[in-house]
Design a protein around this ligand. Structure first.
Ligand code: RNT
Ligand code: ZN
Length: 420
């Protein structure tokens, strides 16, 4: 198998060369671009806190595929399996609800680095970066779906303290891992029905965020990002943290803005927002996801929407100002396979973007030759991408698309099937 991969790659490399594309350069970039893998796909967004509270905030995981991770060791084991099947070195995206509290009850407002030390040591051992998320859902004080914009000051204060704690934890993790961490803020706050007052919760949210971000942290270590949403289950009529709200917030406070593929009108494409936003913002964080009819958080695949996002990032020259992460949860298929498919598909989309004959496309556009531009865009679609991807997997020492599912099945038999 390895013997046939190489000649196929050589032929493909030639084909790309003829349209002015250097496959070696593309492979170098894809190899050095990390993607943040979301821990929460592995256990259906349950987390490990003892104060068991079901999933809230309008998030929904469907399916009951056997073998869900029940504790941190199982989740880490599953992640290790997934990472072994994903080319390149990446990052872990952890939620605060995955704190390891050794059976004690600790308030989220009191979380400290020690509750995440094990995770961070594990990242160090596995050569992974670390990103973090305060958890503003699945909690008694988020039961009415209001947190940082809550009308009750005590509830707000609790969540403000949680936000402050999480930034510090992320900065400490980054320091230990000798990297930077993105701390992403998403809250579920909103109303199912038409509100009487849309203004006050937004003003409260802005104030709460300002309080959380008041303490300057080393920007080399921690980067704050804010994630907007159009609607959620139970917040169909009003979401406090809407696109316009966070766009204004991020621009005025110089924060990173997080775009989730599922958080916009289904006919809207987030790819077109990349260059618009980066004209004014320092950086973006992408929650690469796949909405099917609604914000359904399906597993990322190599579809037009994902390819368009990567194209905009690459062609715009924005790779150094963009963080890539995945955000989906599917319990209807093997959860490790879901991670692997999502990561490999996102990387394929990135590689395809890097293999676009952009110089030629741009030249055609600049000379006003839109016929050539369209013809070249269509030609690019049938260039032999598959062999370049296979070569990437081969060089990174991970199985090909044909072979990795067998490894997941073996792990399922050996490990997952033994979980009650
Ligand atoms: C919810 C947001 C958010 C969550 C995670 C679990 O709509 O997309 O990013 O998916 O924080
Ligand atoms: Zn998201």
């Amino acid at each position: 198998m390895k013997l046939i991969a190489q000649p196929a790659y050589e032929i493909s490399r030639e084909a790309y060369q003829q349209v002015g594309v250097d496959t070696e350069a593309a492979l170098r970039v894809v190899t050095s671009t990390p993607i943040s893998l979301h821990c929460w796909q592995g256990d259906d967004v349950r987390g490990f806190e003892d104060t068991s509270c079901s999933l809230t905030g309008g998030l929904a995981v469907t399916g009951n595929y056997p073998g869900v991770a029940r504790n941190a060791d199982e989740l880490r084991g599953d992640l290790e399996k997934a990472f072994s099947l994903i080319p390149g070195r990446h990052r872990l995206n952890l939620h605060a609800m995955y704190a390891e509290l050794s059976g004690r009850v600790v308030e989220r407002s009191d979380y400290t680095f020690e509750h995440f030390e094990f995770w961070v040591d594990w990242c160090a051992r596995n050569g992974l970066g670390f990103d973090f998320n305060p958890t503003f859902f699945s909690h008694r004080l988020a039961a009415d779906s209001f947190t940082l914009s809550h009308r009750d000051r005590h509830v707000r204060d609790y969540w403000i303290a949680h936000g402050i704690a999480c930034r510090k934890i992320a900065a400490e993790a980054a320091r230990r891992l000798n990297t930077h961490a993105v701390t992403n803020f998403w809250i579920p706050d909103g109303y199912k029905d038409h509100p009487a007052d849309r203004r006050s919760p937004r003003e409260r949210l802005s104030e709460s965020l300002d309080t959380i971000f008041a303490q300057p942290l080393d920007s080399e270590l921690n980067e704050d990002s804010v994630e907007s949403k159009l609607f959620g289950l139970g917040s169909e009529s009003y979401v406090v943290g809407s696109h316009e709200f966070y766009l204004g917030y991020a621009v005025s406070r110089r924060k990173t803005y997080c775009l989730d593929s599922g958080h916009f009108h289904p006919s809207e494409s987030i790819s077109d927002k990349v260059s618009a936003l980066l004209t004014f913002l320092p950086s973006l964080f992408f929650h690469v996801s796949r909405g099917v009819r609604w914000d359904s958080d399906h597993v990322v695949v190599l579809d037009d929407a994902t390819r368009a996002v990567m194209e905009e990032i690459v062609v715009g020259g924005y790779l150094n100002r963009v963080h890539l992460g995945l955000d989906f949860f599917d319990a209807s298929i093997n959860r490790i396979a879901a991670w692997v498919i999502g990561m490999r598909s996102a990387q394929k989309a990135l590689l395809q973007a890097l293999l676009l004959p952009s110089d030629r496309l741009r030249a055609a556009e600049e000379s006003g030759d839109f016929t050539e531009r369209l013809a070249m865009q269509e030609y690019a679609k049938t260039l032999p991408f598959g062999a370049v991807w296979e070569e990437h997997c081969r060089r990174q020492n991970v199985p090909s698309d044909r072979d990795w599912p067998g490894e997941v099945r073996a792990y399922e038999r050996r490990v997952l099937s033994r979980r009650a």
